[in-house]
Design a protein around this ligand. Structure first.
Ligand code: ATP
Length: 462
């Protein structure tokens, strides 16, 4: 079984991720986060907000609407260019992205992407065959990735709108309002976390590619100076990589992948992906893009509103350049689970063939920080003291309670969901006012005074 399959199984069994509306057979590209997944993603988003907004003087956060005036998507180029050409195999009926099975783009102009793909398919010498069965393919057909919806309650008078295909535009359309209502000065950033929707042709890879997903983004506005903006771009690249290292990702599993000229969207001056190494396959987790002044320029053109910034220092008016960092919450959660997943052979004293599955999640990301057990569920004095400790700790942490089975089984159950500490209340606790605290990663146990338990856990978590 691959790592992804193991993680997907565990995620479903323990309540991290469920297939959406599964009782009706599910729906492609849609997933629900269960109780533990909701905690994990919330922790990811909270840590993101903390480091990217709250701890910075130069970043503010916003929360824009999902549906915007459809003109936004004309200006951003999504209605015309946010589309992937598709081909179907005439024999086995498999569907592919036309560009995915073209190996050689030759010397054609990469900015004319659709034309380029069409040319490759039009020429019998370069037209690819089905990857699965070698059969003939249909001509490429356009497929718009924006999800359409209709507003209004009167049939026949409904207005077409789109669910946002990226959260980016909610920031740029608010650029002037943010300038007018806050005291930000260039360079400054606007961060946002929210849902985006894409009619992905080939959703899959568990929650890797979905049709509904959540993004965490920063749009950082800088002076339109090529060299200086490049420097800021490099700084954000490093900061974003470091963020993953700080949350438990190992260096060997992360890399930057530069977009080749034929992958670069036409307005981007530079683009790098932060990729995660999923068992030898590198997968995009976050994009860091230098967008030039594309977004503000286009909104200025389409809305006919002045989108320039007045620089009080230099007395200049200009359209700032934009450095963007954009990550998928679900992808970060998925790769954090993959990174954390360990199967360990148990050591002496335990059955040799026994393997423990443990999620070594960074404590800040772990759904539960601590679990509390009474040694025996049928001893009211132990249960009462354990419940008191449980309730006291809940004031500061997300705490699990378990009184089923024996302590060994409870440890396994908590290991599997990544709980960093387990606290057991035993008969000695009644006398000595201390408890056993067991560490998830080292499996070591130590006695800690009940009065010091909260500060002990706090210290270990930080
Ligand atoms: P991909 O090449 O994988 O389709 P992209 O380059 O189109 O991704 P961006 O538009 O740069 O992605 O979006 C920024 C981030 O949003 C990605 O790095 C990824 O983490 C997340 N993301 C994009 N599309 C999806 C999706 N369909 N499902 C889940 N997350 C996504």
């Amino acid at each position: 079984m691959s790592l992804l399959e193991k993680v997907a199984n565990l995620a479903k069994r323990r309540g991290f991720v469920y297939p959406s509306s599964e009782i009706y057979g599910g729906i492609a590209g849609m997933w629900d986060f269960g109780p533990l997944g909701a905690e994990l993603t919330r922790n990811i988003k909270n840590e993101y907000w903390k480091t990217m907004v709250r701890e910075r003087d130069d970043v503010v956060g916003i929360d824009a609407s999902i549906i915007m005036n459809p003109r936004v998507w004309e200006a951003s180029g999504h209605t015309e260019a946010f589309s992937d050409p598709l081909v179907d195999c005439k024999k086995c009926k498999k569907r592919f992205r036309a560009d995915h099975i073209v190996d050689d783009f030759g010397t054609l102009d990469p900015s004319d992407f659709v034309g380029l793909v069409n040319e490759v398919y039009a020429d019998p010498n370069t037209k690819p065959k089905c990857l699965e069965c070698g059969g003939d393919l249909t001509e490429p057909r356009q497929f718009n990735l924006l999800v359409e919806t209709f507003l209004g309650s009167v049939e026949g008078a409904k207005e077409k709108a789109y669910l946002r295909g990226e959260i980016t535009q909610g920031v740029h359309t608010n650029f002037k309002q943010i300038l007018d209502s806050t005291r930000v000065k260039i360079p400054f950033g606007v961060a946002q976390i929210g849902k985006a929707f894409r009619n992905e042709i080939t959703p899959g890879g568990f929650i890797f590619r979905c049709r509904e997903f959540e993004q965490m983004e920063l749009q950082y506005y800088v002076k339109p100076d090529k060299k200086a903006s490049q420097k800021t771009f490099e700084e954000w690249k490093e900061k974003r990589l470091q963020w993953y290292l700080d949350f438990g990702f190992s260096k060997k599993n992360l890399r930057f992948k530069e977009h080749a000229p034929d992958e670069l969207v036409h307005y981007a001056q530079a683009a790098f992906d932060i990729e995660y190494n999923l068992e030898g396959e590198w997968k995009e987790m976050e994009g860091v893009h230098h967008r030039g002044d594309w977004d503000l320029r286009r909104h200025q053109e389409y809305s006919k509103k002045d989108m320039t910034y007045y620089d009080e220092e230099t007395k200049e008016k200009y359209l700032p350049y934009i450095i963007e960092t954009s990550a998928g919450v679900g992808r970060v959660a998925l790769f954090a689970l993959c990174e954390a997943y360990h199967e360990e052979k148990l050591k002496e004293g335990e059955k040799n063939d026994d393997t423990r599955v443990v999620l070594k999640l960074h404590p800040k990301l772990a759904p539960y920080k601590v679990a509390v057990f009474p040694l025996l569920a049928n001893k009211p004095e132990l249960v009462t003291l354990a419940k008191k400790i449980y309730n006291d700790l809940r004031g500061s942490f997300m705490v699990a309670w378990d009184e089923r089975g024996n302590v060994g089984k409870r440890y396994r159950a908590q290991d599997e969901i990544g709980t960093p500490f387990c606290v057991t209340v035993d008969f000695e606790s009644l006398e000595g006012k201390d408890v056993t605290v067991r560490n998830r990663d080292t499996m070591k146990q130590e006695r800690v005074l009940i009065a010091e338990l909260s500060s002990y856990i706090q210290l270990k978590l930080s």
